[in-house]
Design a protein around this ligand. Structure first.
Ligand SMILES: Cc1cc2nc3c(=O)[nH]c(=O)nc-3n(C[C@H](O)[C@H](O)[C@H](O)COP(=O)(O)O)c2cc1C
Length: 145
């Protein structure tokens, strides 16, 4: 399967999670690519069967550039699936729900309840179990495919 990860990461914690996801997805024999959203054109998302969107939480929601990206995003395919990830200091973040609200009207279907990875402070570090959590996330995504 072809997987594409579009992410935003101000301090590199989300990027580190994306890198771990890439390794875990490759280990399962799938083809995976990742790009920061500022390198992606919203009207020509690379074709994939599964998209993962990853964002930090800023003031309780995804930063403006992620919201703008998801709002403008055009899905070229009928049957694409998606899963969401956020890094946050507080698990009560609504970033996943907010991202979902942007994607809901588009031709794309959710395959996971999504994942929240906690950071100890604004610049990190990631919670110690982040790799195990991401491995379970990957299992969940592919179990539902
Ligand atoms: C301007 C700003 C506002 C933030 N507000 C929140 C917040 O409301 N809730 C929260 O859980 N984390 C908040 N954070 C912490 C971010 O979640 C954290 O910086 C981010 O997850 C780190 O990921 P990154 O290294 O990929 O940027 C905020 C960070 C910044 C810079």
């Amino acid at each position: 399967m072809k997987v594409y990860i579009a992410y935003e990461s101000k301090y590199g914690n989300g990027k580190k999670c994306v890198e771990h996801l890439q390794t875990a997805i490759k280990k399962k024999g799938h083809n995976v690519e990742a790009s920061p959203i500022n390198e992606i054109k919203t009207d020509s998302l690379p074709p994939a069967e599964l998209y993962i969107f990853s964002t930090p939480t800023h003031v309780g929601r995804p930063p403006r550039k992620m919201r703008k990206f998801l709002k403008k995003l055009e899905m070229g395919q009928e049957d694409a699936k998606y899963a969401l990830m956020t890094t946050c200091m507080d698990y009560n973040t609504r970033s996943l729900e907010i991202m979902e609200d942007f994607l809901q009207p588009k031709k794309i279907n959710k395959v996971s309840k999504g994942i929240k990875i906690k950071v100890g402070g604004i610049k990190g570090p990631l919670e110690s179990s982040y790799q195990e959590k991401l491995d379970s996330f990957v299992e969940e995504i592919f179990a539902n495919k």
